[in-house]
Design a protein around this ligand. Structure first.
Ligand SMILES: *[C@@H]1O[C@H](CO)[C@@H](O)[C@H](O)[C@H]1NC(C)=O
Ligand SMILES: *[C@@H]1O[C@H](CO)[C@@H](O)[C@H](O)[C@H]1NC(C)=O
Ligand SMILES: *[C@@H]1O[C@H](CO)[C@@H](O)[C@H](O)[C@H]1NC(C)=O
Length: 977
């Protein structure tokens, strides 16, 4: 009843409209209905408001003129409309703006568009239109904007184009336009943007272009234009964006180029036949951000860019620049002024000489550095690791020599790409091949199967495809096979069962299918992950007898039938296998009593939905179950502990913390809650509502092997060890995340003042996290004493000495009153205890045995972690705290270290090397300051002696620092009195 009334009312309104406007808009209505009828049927629903019961001016996308109620704007961009554009569009004679941008229209642009003489704005970009631009369109002389880019339009650009004299923007990018540009282009004197890139236009650019004095963007890239650099362009001094790359231009640029075009932001002339030298005046264009002159035949030297501070991209590769002399790299030091530089390509040139050290001083934002195929020699500068954001470092085809600098290890974004050379198979004594988490692809070379010495093969996290080689069984000594998270497929080879020494088998995240091969022989296997593949068949019964098996993940496959009763020492996951039954109650699978008939593959989607629904609830139940098992484990351990020791030391304040709780508390582990990341995991700030407490949640990175154990280790070790200068562990979480992956987290006290690293190097910290001031001399001294006390405790006063192994400013956290608390202690020793092999094989890189710069020299030679190593790291920490320089600072390299730098300045020049920010904050630099600094730095130097036995003993360190503090107070009083 009600809807009928509404309809009537609308119809009445519509009648009223006809009346007031004497049916003049009927033409528009008919034109649009006709337009709608040509829109492909499946998309016509988008225009459902276009009907007789709706007033025309309320139709979707339609706007009418205020007075005459005629259609003035038709805006149908991005509606996924297909079909053809009806010629009836030409009857919308009051149309000012027509927008059909980003649809699926095909066919041609109707000639009738030319009747729209009021048209100012026409956008048919990103469609499938073909044929020529209708000649009628050039009658639309009021056009300001004409955008027909990314279609299949052909034909030429006629001279009539010159009649569109009001055009501000003309965009024909990405079509098949042919022929030459007409001289009448010069008539478009209001033009500001002209885009003709990616067409088949040819000939020379007409000299009339010089009349386009308003133009700021001219894009002619990827056509067949020829001739010299168009002389007319030199007149267009307002140009900001100029692209003429990938054409057939030749000749050389004028020397005053940079003076004539002083406003350029972006200039691309790559991929032409230009010769001659790069005009030195380019350096005058201080606004320049992107410069591409690659792939020409330019000669001479590379000019300096010291006055182009915003330069982001500089591509000069593949030319004939340089003269194989040591002066070829003189420009490089000027590039250190370009702090925004992200891409530097100068490879494939005739640049010679040694690669200068200043390459390490380029912008830390640098992502791509291409020096391949030049004539450079010498070694790779030690500090190349300063370029910490590098993702691509191209150094092929040079005569570089010497070792790869260890600082390359800091370039975490750098990864290898391409295929594995089969010749690697010739390394017949190789023990370990680790190439996880790169961008490698191709198939796994069969040649690798010849390296019978291999103990460990890690190819995980790449893009390898094809199958696992049938001959894998030849690797008789293999203990670890990790090929997870690739694009591998096919059946698992039968010979896998011959790798009898296998302990770790990671095949997850691929597309393997078929049954699990016969693995009966792998009785020593500890960890097996087959999750997230398409494996099927039954779960072999014998797996339940493997006494060493700790971890078995079969989730997200198509396994079916009975789940065996596994030993309770095995953690098993079978989530997301819809046809399993039985198993322990916790799996919540259907019982296997009735042999369920095999489910037909072609069941209706309805059944699938039911199955999915059921499996989701099973997943949830299972989650709860696993979480409770984990908690039981923790609780049991805790009880045991309590029996041994009457005072419980691990304060589990929230036993029931779950993955879900932590997820909520960290806003879904969002990056805005992230407060740090280290080699074992990422740290988030979290608010636990039930506890009304802010905590730090350290989520362990389980992709990295050993992380699971480190979790156990850390929980275990923290039980006994408490000290006011250690970060307190509150509780832990062992669970399965919503994707079915293992999840382990440690929940610590939150340290509101962040890490010492942030305080020492505020310039590297994002503004919102940056401390509001710098640390005073006394505060630094107090922090040093805090850290020394905790080392004394760990090294001397625990019943067994514990080395921290990764002491550095980012592991020293500060609480409200700037008391220091050391984090991440104990990880190393316990990992070593748990699993020595994995400790040395997998974890020695950066995490455990110290971070580059802070690690004692003996660690580099395979030395065991020791308390002497900690003293060394502590020494470096002191030097850094009081000089403000990281050991990895660009200043140092080769034999010149932070240690040597400090040593050479003591005692006379101590104020020269002291962190300026200590001396700036209202400190009267008297004798007491100089003396205190000198003494502290001397303690630092004695801690980082090369030989472990020459280093100061831990117990001495704290004592010395405390007495320095006392003397500082005394002399300060004397100085004041
Ligand atoms: C170019 O402009 C001139 C003067 O406004 C006009 O006479 C001429 O017809 C135009 N050329 C074209 C091709 O439209
Ligand atoms: C590039 O220039 C060099 C030196 O003028 C010349 O020897 C070489 O043939 C040129 N190469 C091409 C591809 O034009
Ligand atoms: C680097 O920039 C500074 C400040 O703008 C300038 O004085 C100096 O000359 C520039 N260096 C080079 C090598 O051009």
């Amino acid at each position: 009843m009600r809807s009928m009334r509404l309809t009537l009312l609308l119809a009445f309104n519509a009648l009223m409209l006809f009346k007031t406007h004497g049916f003049t808009d009927e033409t528009d209505r008919q034109a649009l209905l006709e337009f709608k009828s040509q829109v492909s049927k499946d998309k016509r629903v988008v225009l459902s408001s276009w009907n007789h019961s709706f007033p025309l001016c309320s139709w979707k996308g339609v706007t009418c003129g205020r007075k005459n109620k005629r259609v003035s704007h038709l805006e149908l961009g991005r509606l996924h409309l297909g079909g053809v554009i009806s010629p009836s569009i030409g009857n919308l004679s009051f149309l000012v703006s027509l927008d059909l941008y980003e649809n699926f229209f095909s066919g041609t642009i109707p000639q009738e568009v030319g009747k729209l003489f009021r048209l100012e704005y026409l956008d048919m970009g990103i469609n499938f239109l073909k044929g020529p631009i209708p000649i009628g369109l050039y009658n639309c002389s009021r056009l300001l904007n004409l955008r027909l880019d990314s279609n299949h339009l052909g034909g030429g650009v006629p001279s009539k184009l010159g009649s569109l004299t009001k055009l501000v923007q003309l965009n024909l990018y990405g079509n098949n336009m042919r022929g030459k540009l007409p001289a009448s282009l010069g008539n478009l004197t209001s033009l500001q943007q002209l885009a003709l890139s990616h067409n088949n236009l040819d000939g020379e650019i007409p000299s009339d272009v010089a009349k386009l004095t308003q133009i700021w963007s001219l894009q002619l890239v990827a056509n067949n234009f020829s001739g010299v650099f168009p002389p007319a362009i030199y007149n267009l001094s307002s140009l900001k964006l100029l692209g003429i790359g990938y054409n057939h231009f030749s000749g050389s640029l004028r020397h005053d180029f940079g003076i004539l075009l002083p406003n350029l932001l972006s200039f691309n002339m790559g991929g032409n036949y230009f010769t001659g030298t790069i005009p030195k005046t380019l350096s005058n264009i201080s606004t320049l951000e992107r410069l591409g002159m690659n792939e020409n035949n330019l000669t001479g030297s590379i000019p300096t860019f010291g006055n182009v501070p915003n330069l982001q991209l500089l591509l000069l590769h593949t030319n004939s620049l340089g003269s194989d002399s040591s002066r070829d790299f003189e420009f490089l030091s000027s590039l250190t002024n370009c702090t925004q530089l992200e891409t530097l390509g100068i490879g494939r040139n005739r640049l010679g000489g040694d690669l200068p050290i200043s390459i390490a001083n380029l912008s830390a934002k640098l992502i791509t550095l291409d020096l391949g195929g030049t004539l450079i020699s010498g070694s790779i500068p030690h500090d190349i690791g300063n370029l910490i954001n590098l993702q691509k470092l191209i150094l092929d085809q040079n005569t570089l020599s010497g070792p790869l600098p260890t600082s390359l290890g800091k370039l975490l974004n750098l990864s290898f790409e391409g295929i594995i050379p089969p010749s690697l198979g010739n390394c017949s004594h190789l023990l370990e091949l680790s190439m996880g988490d790169n961008k490698l692809n191709g198939t796994i070379p069969l040649e690798l199967m010849k390296i019978q010495s291999l103990l460990r093969l890690d190819m995980s996290g790449n893009s390898f495809f094809g199958s696992l080689p049938q001959d894998i069984g030849q690797l008789q000594n293999l203990g670890t096979l990790s090929v997870g998270n690739n694009k591998l497929s096919g059946k698992l080879p039968q010979t896998l069962g011959k790798c009898l020494t296998m302990e770790t088998l990671y095949l997850q995240g691929n597309s393997f299918y078929g049954d699990i091969p016969d693995l009966k022989g792998l009785v020593g296997v500890k960890e097996v992950d087959l999750s997230n593949n398409n494996l099927s068949g039954s779960i072999p019964e014998y797996l339940a007898n493997f006494s060493k098996l700790e971890y078995l993940n079969l989730s997200l496959n198509n396994f079916e039938g009975k789940v065996p009763m596994f030993l309770n020492t095995t953690t098993v996951s079978v989530l997301g296998n819809n046809e399993l039954c039985g198993g322990i109650r916790g799996f919540q699978l259907k019982p296997c009593l009735l042999q369920a008939p095999p489910v037909k593959k072609k069941h209706s989607s309805r059944l699938k939905k039911v199955v999915i629904g059921v499996s989701v609830s099973i997943t949830l139940l299972l989650l709860l179950f696993i979480a409770s098992v984990a908690l039981i484990w923790l609780r049991k351990r805790k009880k045991k502990k309590q029996n041994n020791n009457p005072t419980p030391t691990l304060e589990v304040f929230h036993e029931k913390i779950s993955y879900g709780d932590l997820r909520n508390a960290t806003n879904g582990f969002s990056s805005s809650n992230m407060v740090g990341s280290g080699s074992f995991g990422t740290v988030f700030k979290a608010f636990l509502p039930t506890e009304k407490k802010v905590v730090a949640v350290k989520v362990l990175n389980l992709q990295r092997r050993g992380a699971m154990k480190s979790f156990m280790a850390e929980c275990e070790s923290l039980k006994d060890i408490r000290h006011r200068n250690l970060v307190k562990l509150l509780t832990a979480c062992a669970s399965i995340d919503f994707q079915g992956n293992e999840f382990r987290a440690l929940i610590y006290e939150f340290m509101p003042n962040g890490s010492l690293d942030m305080w020492l190097h505020p310039e590297e910290v994002e503004e919102i996290h940056r401390p509001s001031r710098t640390l005073t001399l006394l505060e630094r001294l107090n922090i040093a004493i805090d850290v020394a006390s905790v080392l004394d405790y760990l090294h001397v006063h625990c019943h067994e000495p514990i080395a921290h192994c990764d002491l550095k400013p980012s592991n020293v956290l500060l609480d409200d009153d700037l008391t220091a608390h050391v984090s991440d202690f104990g990880l190393a020793r316990l990992l070593l205890k748990f699993d020595e092999d994995s400790f040395f094989n997998q974890l020695s890189s950066a995490g455990v045995r110290g971070t580059i710069g802070y690690a004692a020299p003996e660690y580099g030679m395979g030395g065991q972690p020791s308390i002497h190593g900690d003293v060394y790291s502590f020494g470096v920490l002191i030097l850094e705290m009081f000089t403000g320089k990281r050991p990895t600072n660009g200043l140092f390299g080769g034999n010149f270290t932070l240690h040597g730098y400090t040593k050479s300045a003591l005692p006379e020049r101590v104020l020269d090397i002291a962190d300026e920010s200590i001396l700036h904050i209202g400190l009267r630099v008297g004798f007491h300051v100089v003396e205190c600094l000198t003494e502290v730095l001397e303690v630092g130097l004695r801690c980082c002696e090369e030989s472990p036995t020459n280093r100061l003993a831990t117990s001495e360190v704290a004592k010395e620092l405390i007495s320095i503090r006392e003397r500082f107070f005394k002399t300060r009083r004397i100085a004041r009195s």
